[in-house]
Design a protein. Structure first.
Length: 218
């Protein structure tokens, strides 16, 4: 999806800004709301021509560098809003929101709500996460922003496709294939395909939400 949006950004008739962030439960210590928003901001700035970068953003960066303090979250949100307004359409994609610490999830959702309120309808947000994040998303984004109209699309992975991928992974990546007998191979395939139980995707106006019903880390 990010690749598709990035290709759209290259279209000569549209100024499309695309920024994304992949959350990782193994990096919760460093993945906070400020670093997430800062990463999105840096990506959008790199997509602008030098002469199009707003002066207030450059001034804020210079000021933070002189003070040696780095950007604060509110400053980063303001700058991200300003950067988004330089595009005809902006897309913010955040994958695996549930892998952030709960306090960070809530701060990120608060930041996104403020961002949507400031940036307006030219900004779309795409989120994915396990079903456990749905109450937080509904409470902190959908209800405050009154995103009532929506449609839901249920996406289910093909069992055959999953098994084909796993077999390829085992055959190509396993450093010692002889260590695995057929019983173990079958158990691995059956267990993982049972755990991979599909995906739920919802769209609410300019907010897109994907919920992974189950997840299995390999």
């Amino acid at each position: 999806m990010v690749d598709h949006l990035a290709n759209s950004a290259k279209h000569p008739n549209g100024q499309v800004g695309v920024a994304y962030f992949y959350c990782d439960y193994r990096d919760q210590k460093d993945q906070n709301a400020t670093s997430l928003v800062g990463s999105l901001l840096a990506q959008l700035i790199r997509q602008l021509n030098l002469e199009d970068i707003p002066l207030e953003i450059m001034a804020s960066f210079d000021d933070a560098e002189k003070k040696g303090t780095g950007l604060h979250l509110k400053e980063a949100i303001t700058m991200l809003t300003t950067a988004l307004q330089k595009f005809q359409q902006g897309f913010i994609c955040i994958d695996a929101l549930d892998e952030l610490e709960l306090a960070t999830q809530r701060t990120v959702l608060d930041s996104l709500r403020e961002l949507v309120l400031r940036a307006g309808s030219n900004t779309s947000i795409f989120l994915t996460g396990r079903q456990t994040v749905r109450p937080e998303v509904d409470q902190q984004l959908c209800k405050p922003l009154q995103l009532s109209s929506h449609f839901e699309v249920e996406i289910t992975a093909s069992v055959d496709d999953i098994k084909h991928f796993l077999l390829h992974y085992i055959e190509e990546k396993d450093p010692d294939p002889s260590a695995m007998n057929e019983d173990l191979r079958s158990k691995i395939l059956d267990t993982i395909t049972q755990k991979s139980d599909g995906m739920y995707v919802a769209k609410r106006d300019h907010l897109y939400i994907g919920y992974r019903l189950t997840s299995c880390h390999i």
